[in-house]
Write a protein of this length. Sequence first.
Length: 274
Amino acid sequence: MKDLLVSQSLIKGFTDYKMEKECGLLFKAKYLDGLQTPPSATQKLGQFFEYLSTGALPKGGVAPECEMVYKGTPKEKPSADYERAILSSEMYQDLISKLGIEVIETGKYICDPVNKSHGTIDIYAKWERQGEFNPNWNGEPYCFIDLKYTGLIDDKWNEFGWQVDSLPEKHGLMIQGVHYKSLAETTMAIADIPFYYFLFHSKNPDYVKIIEQKIDETRASEHRILVQKTRDMVLKELETGFKHYPSLLKCKECPLFESCEYKTTLPMVEVVYY
Ligand code: SF4
């Protein structure tokens, strides 16, 4: 195995594994053995939007295709979901121009070999007019932008929902900003790079929301400790062996299903202590 570098998705996956929400064998296959898992329908749609917007290819390097309806007939056209994604990508182009954002690089890979941390940010940009739209701007002209194509822009209760007041409790979403801000500090010498989420509503192409994630210095240093701890625990687990957590639904959707000796096709008993 190559030198283990920690991404924000590895941290999330390992946290899920420790909470027994992710099977250890699948975690190992995805994050240590390089298994590419096929995207879900929602992920495919998001990849299509991002590809149209920025030209970024998904991990496999293949351009996402538009889903068509009435194929082979004169009525052939993009499905309603994909039609909206096309409109949202046009909205993205329009916004980038009107907000005065100069995109420097899309799909920017950043690696910090000292802290064993890495990641790929959607957009690295120079945005000198941030102050016109963001009263809390710190004056740093460079920024990171993470694109989200989601139906949960204002959802408070869903763990993937983006209602602003609920976000400080949603560590699985917020880890992204911390991770990339920390990488910018250690590898690009930008101490507090503004980190924005540009959220495009998958059901309403006219609705876009921009959120800046701010963090304090304690959070950044805690994150670097978390990266180190996670790396140590993953390497330890590799020595002792990852645990399998079969379950009816997870096994059914698991890409390792055919070859896995621990798979189940029946419900497993769960325990409650009362
Ligand atoms: S088939 Fe089930 S037990 Fe096997 S790796 Fe997948 S989730 Fe784990």
